[in-house]
Structures are given as structure tokens and as C-alpha cells.
Design a protein around this ligand. Structure first.
Ligand SMILES: Nc1ncnc2c1ncn2[C@@H]1O[C@H](COP(=O)(O)OP(=O)(O)O)[C@@H](O)[C@H]1O
Ligand SMILES: [Mg+2]
Length: 323
């Protein structure tokens, strides 16, 4: 094992950062969204519902687009143009909270407003007036599945608000969430008509997956080329269930190992030996349960024994992540 150097540390820090990696499937969604944001304004702006399992890469796409269309100050007019507003759906479909959240997002928090000005109708007027001045082209709502936490009636009211905002402001509406939200959104027929669907399925054993792995490995700052066999690609799928976040975690973990050991590439052997972090934690959890620590809250002595079990596991499995 080589001694750590600043150069190595720098590469490891780069791997650990959440920098954007533009694999074709993600770029496709970005292109589609970019086409929408650049399209001429019309009364019924097209919208999109991007859905897929948690960890598939939806938020990364939304953040990437919002960086590309960050607010820009125009010195000629003295106006700051905000083409894209990226918001998270509130934890439950609450209109008032959503409006307050929008105000905070555009730097106009409602804290100074009177209680009366904070009722839903007044907030709505204020939000529309403020957003109209921003030159908005698109509103993106991430974690739109949060609306499932509400009753049917609350869900309908919240979807109504989304439709109203997009109509009033003549902006594209983009919703991102897990696929379970699709049915709820389809419940609002008018909104469903406006939103095209873009599904991001879990990765499967096909050319698209192998392209993505190649792009991902090529983005890792390793000195040598990694030539993986087809068997290893299948193994990656089996270990990760085809979820992007897990695939990235695996490749990043092995890349860091490759830097630390000096191998400088990802090998078939390393993949064969790799244990998912999530299953290591699951194993540790099972061992903790067996040691009699199920009951919460854990008393001090139980926590100490939990720590011992974890330490034993770390030593026996030699797994860096638990340390
Ligand atoms: N295009 C990408 N570039 C870099 N990392 C990505 C990309 N897409 C997904 N990831 C990785 O997967 C993780 C989960 O992605 P995220 O967008 O939060 O998923 P979702 O919003 O669908 O739950 C990210 O934190 C990142 O590590
Ligand atoms: Mg997300």
C-alpha cells in the first residue's frame, strides 16, 4: 500500500464529490428539458413528469439544469432574470407551506408579512406577482411524491396549485418523483394532459448500461484503463439492483481502493470481492439485534456492546466504510 499523498488525496476528494457525470440517458432528459425551457412562450406550455426509483438520478438532473439556468443580472435593465425555479415539494401537500417556500426560494421570505397577508389567497397573489417579474420559463418540483402524504382532497388541491402557477405564469412545469406518484398526478386530468412522462427505469444488462459504466469509469481519476469482463457488468447489476446511486457508490469505492493500493484501475477481481456498503450495514444491524440491542432507546452498556460488535465486524470484514 502506498503512503497517502496530497495528489492522491485530491483525486479521492474528487471521487467523493457529487460532480455531474453526463452519461447518455441523463443527457437525454437534460436535452429534453432544455428544449422546453428554450421553447417560445405559449398559453399552454408543455411539461414533463420525470419518474423512477429513488437514487436513479432525478435530483442530479434537476440540479444540473438549475445550474445551467442560474439567475442572471442584466445591468441594462437592472433586473435579475431567473429562468428556472427548482423547488422541493413540501413534506405534505400543503398549499400555504408551498407558497411560503416559494417566497423563501426567491429571497422574499414572508416573515415580515402580517398574519392576514399570510393566508393562502394573499400568498397566492404575492407569489404570482413576484414570479411574474422574474422572467421565469420553467418551474421544477422535485420530490413530487411527497404529495402522497396527503389525503385525496389535499392532493387534488396541491395539483391544482401547480396547474394554476404554470397557467398563470405561462411556464413549463416539470415534476420529478418516484413512480408511485404517477397515478396521483394522473388523478388531475388536466394536469396529466400537460405533462409528458419520462420514465428512468433501473439499469438492465444492455448496451446503454455498458455505455454508462464506461462513461463512469472514464470519469474516475485513475492512471490505468479498467478492462472489465461482461461477467463483472452483470455482477455490478446484481449487487446494485440497477440503481444509479448504488452503481456510482460501487465504482467510486473501488476507484478509491485502486488509488490507495496503487492498482490504479478497477479489476474484475475487485468487483467479485466487493460487498455492498448497504449489505455490510444490514449484516452489522443483524449482529446487533442478535446481541440483544433491539429495544430502543439503547442503554449505555448496550451501546458499548453495539460498538464492540461493529468493531469486530470491521476487523473481520476489513471494511473501511464502517470505520
Ligand atoms: N449524472 C450523475 N452524475 C453524478 N452522480 C450521479 C448522477 N446521477 C446520479 N448520481 C449519483 O446518484 C446519487 C443519487 O442521485 P439522485 O439524483 O439524488 O437520485 P434521485 O433524485 O432519483 O433519488 C447522487 O447523489 C449521485 O451520487
Ligand atoms: Mg431526488
Amino acid at each position: 500500500m502506498r503512503a497517502g499523498t496530497t495528489e492522491q488525496d485530491g483525486r479521492i476528494a474528487l471521487i467523493q464529490s457529487d460532480i455531474w457525470i453526463g452519461f447518455p440517458r441523463a443527457e437525454q432528459v437534460l436535452d429534453r428539458l432544455q428544449g422546453m425551457i428554450e421553447a417560445p412562450r405559449q398559453t399552454r406550455m408543455p411539461g414533463l413528469l420525470v419518474h423512477g426509483t429513488s437514487g436513479i438520478g432525478k435530483t442530479m438532473i434537476a440540479r444540473n439544469l438549475s445550474r445551467k439556468y442560474a439567475p442572471e443580472y442584466d445591468p441594462a435593465s437592472g433586473i435579475t432574470r431567473t429562468p428556472l425555479l427548482l423547488l422541493q415539494a413540501p413534506p405534505a401537500p400543503d398549499e400555504r407551506r408551498f407558497y411560503l417556500h416559494i417566497l423563501a426560494a426567491v429571497g422574499a421570505p414572508a416573515t415580515a408579512l402580517s398574519a392576514r397577508a399570510q393566508n393562502v389567497a394573499s400568498l397566492e397573489v404575492r407569489v404570482i406577482a413576484l414570479l411574474r417579474d422574474l422572467g421565469l420559463r420553467m418551474i421544477m418540483i422535485d420530490e413530487v411524491h411527497n404529495l402522497l402524504a396527503g389525503t385525496h382532497r389535499e392532493q387534488r388541491r396541491f395539483l391544482n396549485v401547480l396547474r394554476y402557477l404554470s397557467n398563470e405564469l405561462e411556464v413549463s412545469l416539470v415534476c420529478l418523483g418516484v413512480s408511485e406518484a404517477v397515478d396521483a398526478i394522473r388523478g388531475d386530468i388536466q394536469l396529466a394532459r400537460r405533462l409528458d412522462e419520462h420514465h428512468l427505469p433501473n439499469w438492465r444488462d444492455d448496451a446503454e448500461f455498458s455505455d454508462m459504466i464506461q462513461t463512469l469509469i472514464a470519469a474516475m481519476p485513475l492512471e490505468k484503463k479498467s478492462n472489465l469482463k461482461v461477467k463483472s457488468l452483470k455482477q455490478i447489476l446484481a449487487l446494485t439492483g440497477g440503481v444509479t446511486s448504488r452503481i456510482f457508490a460501487l465504482i467510486k469505492d473501488l476507484s478509491i481502493d485502486a488509488i490507495v493500493t496503487g492498482d490504479e484501475c478497477i479489476t474484475d477481481d475487485a468487483i467479485a470481492k466487493w460487498t455492498p456498503v448497504w449489505s455490510r450495514h444490514a449484516n452489522a444491524h443483524r449482529r446487533l439485534e442478535k446481541s440483544g440491542c433491539e429495544a430502543a432507546p439503547a442503554p449505555e452498556d448496550c451501546r458499548a456492546s453495539a460498538r464492540r460488535v461493529v468493531v469486530r465486524l470491521v476487523v473481520s470484514a476489513g471494511c473501511r466504510q464502517l470505520l
